[in-house]
Design a protein. Sequence first.
Length: 546
Amino acid sequence: MVGVLLVLAVLAAACGGKESTGKEESVRAVKGESGLADAGNPVRGGRLVYGLEAETTGGWCLPESQLAISGAMVRWAVYDPLFITNSAGKVVPYLAKSMTPNEDFTTWTIGLRDGVTFHDDTKLDATVVKNNIDAFRGTFPPRKPALWKFVLQSVKSVEVKDERTVEVNLKSPWVAFPQTLNGVGIMGQAQLEDTESCERNLIGTGPFELSSWRPGVELVAQRNPHYWQIAPDGEPYPYVDAIAFRPIPEAQQRLNAIDSGEINVMMTSTPADVSGTLLDMRNQGRINLLVSEDHAEVNYVLFNSRKPPFDDERMRRAVAMGLDRDEINDVVNHSFPTVADQPFPPGDMGYVDDPGFPQFDPAAARELVDQYVREGKDPSFDLSVTTEPTVLARAEVIQNQLKDIGVAIKIRSVEQATLISDAIGGGFEAMTFRGFPGPEPDTKYNYWYQASPVNFGGIVDPVINKALDDGRRESDPARRAQIYEGISKQFAAKVWNVWLNYTPWAVAESRDVHGIHPVELPDDGGKPFTGLSAGHPVHAMWIATD
């Protein structure tokens, strides 16, 4: 996904109703990528070194991979999706040329772009696209997706109609089906069939092709000379010769690396760094910067409602009322992000002004805890978090606040990949998590639907189940909005999670690096997407020469 404008968020909401310090306003007031207006025309050549927040230890066998944003950045470089989202939040064709539903949305016909080749010189055609979709839904041996087969369980069959046309038949109407494949990379046939090295044998159609990968050190991808997208200078993208992705999990180390020139691009979601160090560096002319909270992921406390203490609604409600989310945002995030009270961010379908989420009330929270304890039950729990210092700091604030209502928590710190695996395994008690980027609410279906393997919290809620089914079938935008607003209200009523804040993302570049976003999407697809929560394409980035 791509973006060109900084979201002008409501500062009162961002600061929990407090006055802006001015610093937050100044970083949010930048429209687009700083430094681009005076950069001149793009030039070719050079090497990008991109600092990522984590290593993708499982690799990129896409139907089976578990990709956080760091893995998604590599995916953007090596693979292209069938569909992509534009600035209006509409999914438009990318590798596809068209996507057409039948009258009741039970069949989608996908027309493919001509003249696209994979990195191994094989052609993109209907057969390889069918095989990719089948691989994701678990019907193409030898691929064995753990999660995707449940996401696509409503697909009845995928058929090749001709060399450039694929027909997807569904078991029931699915209005937002293309959004499900939005951003999903298409692999070459050789990678699909690879039983030995699929996760490291990367074969896509993207602007860069794999050169080398030393896990934990660096993944290098070189320019694809036969890329199908043509730049404004009349030659194929990308502009740069190579891109190296380096995992640098510690946020301060990434800041030091961009400042010293060790890397020349980085992403971060640490709010204090965005509104502090990076803003200062930008104002001093040392870096270029783009910030976006648009269609953002939400940071939240994920309860495992399958086991004590959070199989009891009283304890979920007690934790929600015992946490001062404004104070957490002030202490840990310098008040920069928008405090959340629902899964959908402002401006996205499903957002409602007041969903009824429990307010901070420590006295009422303690009453619920005391009631729970009098029944002979233990309110303490383990809170799993990543090793990132800001995340740990937030966990410590949560720990101190809950101590005041009689709840002791033990902080369990693990690597990001382990946290994701723990969420899938379901053995945790509670964890801080980040997810649910917008703008299409149907993409959350499997995260909340009963018995889905990615329903990490074990939510069992007939009201949410019905709303998810109704929203999937409904084609009228106004009625769809009402359905998903009902989900926000039901989350608040049952307190399935504690929402903390929406996640602002920033991309920082060295002064000579530009072009985070292409000017337009191909074939009049519109302006690029304004969110950064799922990463961004890298094909239009370039390095200026003095």
